[in-house]
Design a protein around this ligand. Structure first.
Ligand SMILES: Cc1cc2nc3c(=O)[nH]c(=O)nc-3n(C[C@H](O)[C@H](O)[C@H](O)COP(=O)(O)O)c2cc1C
Length: 327
């Protein structure tokens, strides 16, 4: 069956520049944005507009909200509700201490009644599709996870994405996709799975699973063409793309793609974000190169895009055979 492909929400990564790059290859049905801090959105700082930029495909954008306060999340959802988008997602999966110490992200999963009330409040403030991205919860217990999800669905949540690791596992061990299959069997709403898709073959094989959608994070940064390549190898179009939106690709030019990303970063992100967004991107993208660690370290010392360009140019001049990456 033709499963939907989602780009995962990733802080400092799932912004317009990366989306534009992935979009140029095609194959994605929904692009989740990096988490948008609800109190910051409400306070209306000058950089917030970059977080709520829904281009280049507002109809496929899912804005993800993060926060610890139900009322603020609901008010932030009512702001997003006025923008063109596919839906609004609530972050109940982030396990970074900077987020959980305030009671946000996966901390909601420790308090099912509070989480349920919050989802109900957010539901009242938007008519957009409401979804939640979560982990297994505090422990690996399906008998805890299932009623947690059912409670949210009773409040009007319409899609659940499961990254099947516990709160404390962060990225340790393996994502246990059997829980995604188990949830799919029990829930009345679509279920997406996420976690550890690390190759083209794995994406194609996950696309054959019993769930409704496959969400990919880190691999999509390393290989922005991965969704298009998977569609191509499956001989299918994405669920929502028009046929011409997936370009036929047999190989990509790694140098050109890196340059294109930097160009998009300059065009669509404020200068305050260039360094962090470039470093984050190259942390994954350099995994394509034989001397990737070395290159990543060099780039990691640079603060400005022009000097990053210079380093990339020198690298590919020294290793010209690394330009062409076969798919
Ligand atoms: C750098 C980075 C930032 C992330 N930021 C978010 C976020 O803003 N919201 C969220 O729900 N998950 C976030 N995640 C988790 C991813 O969405 C995803 O669940 C996780 O990376 C597992 O998927 P993957 O193995 O395909 O990367 C982040 C992950 C990474 C690596």
């Amino acid at each position: 069956m033709n499963k939907a492909f989602f780009l995962a929400p990733m802080a400092e990564l799932s912004h317009r520049a990366l989306r534009e790059l992935i979009f140029s290859f095609g194959g994605v049905d929904e692009y989740f944005t990096e988490m948008i801090n609800a109190p910051s959105l409400l306070s209306g700082g000058p950089l917030e507009r970059y977080y709520i930029d829904a281009e280049p495909c507002p109809e496929k954008i899912v804005f993800q909200l993060v926060g610890a306060d139900a009322e603020k999340l609901a008010s932030a959802a009512s702001i997003l509700d006025k923008l063109a988008c596919k839906g609004i997602d609530i972050n109940m999966g982030c396990s970074a201490p900077a987020i959980t110490k305030y009671g946000a992200g996966v901390k909601w999963m420790f308090h099912p009644e509070k989480a349920r009330r919050m989802a109900g409040l957010v539901r009242k403030s938007t008519n957009k599709r409401l979804s939640v991205k979560m982990r297994l919860g505090p422990e690996e217990k399906f008998e805890y996870l299932l009623p947690f999800c059912k409670g949210l669905i009773e409040e009007g949540v319409e899609l659940i994405t499961l990254h099947p690791r516990t709160a404390k596992e962060k990225f340790k061990g393996r994502a246990r996709w059997n829980y995604v299959a188990d949830l799919k069997k029990e829930l009345s709403v679509p279920v997406a799975g996420n976690g550890d898709v690390s190759s083209l073959e794995e994406l194609v094989s996950r696309a054959d699973g019993p769930w409704d959608a496959v969400m990919v994070g880190r691999l999509a940064v390393k290989c922005p063409w991965i969704f298009a390549a998977a569609r191509q190898s499956m001989g299918s179009q994405s669920v929502t793309d028009v046929p011409s939106a997936v370009n036929v690709i047999n190989s990509v030019n790694l140098e050109e793609t890196a340059f294109r990303y930097l160009e998009l970063l300059e065009k669509y992100q404020p200068v305050e974000f260039h360094k962090s967004r470039a470093h984050r991107f190259f942390q994954y993208y350099c995994g394509n190169m034989f001397w990737g660690n070395y290159l990543m370290n060099l780039l990691g010392r640079e603060k400005e895009i022009p000097t990053m360009r210079k380093i990339l140019k020198e690298y590919f001049n020294e290793h010209p055979d690394e330009r062409e990456h076969k798919i």
